[in-house]
Design a protein around this ligand. Structure first.
Ligand code: KIV
Ligand code: ZN
Length: 524
């Protein structure tokens, strides 16, 4: 627990439920399992693994996480419907410490326009649902959706009824990111005064970031007595996102004297977990993001650097190593062996199996030939991109691009499917990147609408790797993909192939992932 903290606050992670709901952040079952394992290692108290009634995929993910992840409480979300609650309970069967989380909206706007239910009916539904959940599971959480825009007197009535029906945790969401810290502090104070039995349950806070105050509002709730904070890695989530786990945890730790609340989080796992979630969702962490952004511990101005050299605490309120970032990150070179590479990869928080490690090591060797200095960020990029491409089913075997001023850009690719097919295709385009994308679409038979294209440099220097993120729309779904290379056209092609593979793996292609390449099929 944090030094100076006298009480413990629980960290409830909803990356796999509220975070995964964000456009483009959907994850496969395998990806969810990797995130769930990382959350266990981070030592969160509760993992909200999904919303089992939402889809068969959600059900399966909650079931698999409940069966395999030991340590944290595993939670499944349910609306106040018997069917949802039973489905959540079925999915949670394998969990050592299951929790059912039921919710219903309580604000006037939601009552009138969404639910078309009277106040009494909502209370009745909440009570019946909490009772049903309690008859199945000893640990039940109740959430009053849009609580911050609900009349405080009515909110207190709903919450009182939910506690009497058996809820052990009462969650107060700021669903629309509308509240401000002092108002939210007062609302928690009001509930603590007006809800009988409130001290026997855990008060929880769940904030969205529409006005950029999710972390501040969550901390205000903690000051007012909340002892569970609901948050996501990198703050991913609906619209502007949720309260960011790493920020709230480090605020509680760094200002332990002020808050007096500790957490069980292993803060040295924050950075690796952040990178893992960014790589899986393709949702970049901005360079200036608090705690885990690349610039979070970079000192540029001469005065700051001078101060840092004299004493780090002059310009640093947290130590990078406390959040899992190493100070000196010039690590390996082309003569480094597999053993040193494995150790570095593990230190960076990745648990690769032998096949993934071998694939990443081969990429590392290739890159080390092209690049003088290898930094942690290079190694992360290799691991993340080889992992993205490695999950197939398609892989690029060859890529040829020709372009120039006054010349038509043309791209030719040879791609291999996991079933052994080898497909050659070519296309022209407005530029080399478009030519590569079109050739890949023709070869794999998957046509997508490109919505966003971003390039950033992984490290600094002339030989730095370029990291490309693409966002596409396919059949009404949004997908992100990531590619890394010292050549940005190649990085773009890898990123595009990554989304093609995500589309295939989500089985959105008619006939499952069996996308029929339209190009010339070569014999294998
Ligand atoms: O934002 C919200 O209100 C929610 C609830 C389901 C807890 O996510
Ligand atoms: Zn939410």
């Amino acid at each position: 627990m944090n030094e100076g903290a006298s009480e413990r606050g629980m960290i409830f992670d909803t990356t796999l439920r509220d975070g995964e709901q964000a456009p483009g952040c959907s994850m496969t079952l395998q990806e969810k399992m990797r995130v769930a394992s990382a959350l266990r290692d981070l030592r969160v108290d509760v993992i909200e693994a999904g919303f089992p009634a939402a889809s068969p995929g959600d059900f399966e993910a909650v079931r698999a996480i409940a069966a395999e992840i030991e340590g944290p409480v595993i939670c499944g979300l349910a609306r106040c419907h018997a069917g949802d609650i039973e489905r959540a309970w079925n999915a949670l069967q394998g969990a050592r410490r299951p929790r059912i989380h039921v919710f219903i909206a309580t604000s006037e706007i939601h009552r009138t326009h969404k639910l078309q239910m009277a106040k009494e009916e909502i209370i009745r539904r909440a009570v019946e649902s909490v009772r049903l959940a309690r008859s199945l599971c000893p640990d039940v959480e109740f959430s009053a959706e849009d609580a911050s825009r609900t009349e405080p007197g009515y909110l207190a009535e709903v919450v009182t009824a939910a506690i009497e029906a058996g809820a052990r945790t009462i969650n107060v969401p700021d669903t629309l990111g509308y509240t401000v810290p002092d108002e939210f502090f007062d609302l928690f104070g009001y509930l603590r005064q007006h809800v009988p039995g409130v001290d026997a349950v855990t008060l929880s806070v769940h904030c969205h970031d529409d006005l950029g105050m999710a972390v501040a509002n969550s901390l205000a709730a903690v000051r007012a007595g909340a002892r569970q904070v609901e948050c996501t890695i990198n703050g991913i989530g609906e619209r502007a996102g949720n309260c960011s786990l790493e920020e709230v945890v480090m605020a509680l730790r760094t200002r332990a004297g002020h808050f007096g609340i500790g957490t069980s989080i292993d803060t040295r796992r924050l950075y690796p977990t952040s990178r893992l979630v960014a790589s899986i969702t393709g949702m970049h962490v901005p360079r200036n993001k608090a705690v885990v952004g690349e610039n979070a511990f970079a000192h540029e101005s001469g005065i700051h650097q001078d101060g840092m050299l004299k004493h780090a605490s002059t310009y640093e309120i947290m130590r990078p190593e406390d959040v899992g970032i190493s100070r000196s990150n010039l690590v390996l070179g082309k003569h480094s062996g597999r053993h040193a590479f494995r150790e570095r990869v593990q230190h960076l928080g990745f648990n690769l199996d032998e096949d993934d490690l071998n694939r990443a090591f081969a990429e590392f060797k290739k890159l080390a030939d092209r690049k003088k200095e290898m930094f942690d960020a290079d190694i992360e990029a290799i691991v993340m991109s080889s992992d993205a491409g490695g999950s197939g089913p398609w892989a690029i075997e060859e890529l040829h691009i020709s372009a120039g001023t006054g010349a038509i850009a043309a791209g030719a690719v040879r791609v291999r499917h996991a079933d052994g097919r080898l497909v050659d295709e070519a296309s022209v385009g407005d530029g080399p990147i478009e030519a590569a994308f079109k050739a890949l679409e023709r070869a794999t038979g998957i046509n997508m609408d490109l919505r966003n294209f971003e390039v950033r440099s992984v490290t600094t220097g002339e030989d730095a790797q370029g990291e490309v993120t693409v966002t596409v729309e396919y059949n009404g779904h949004s997908f992100r993909g990531l590619g890394v290379s010292t050549d940005i056209v190649e990085a773009a092609a890898f990123a595009y192939l990554d989304v093609i593979n995500r589309v295939c793996r989500r089985a959105l292609v008619p006939g499952g992932d069996a996308a029929r390449g339209r190009g010339q099929v070569a014999t294998v």
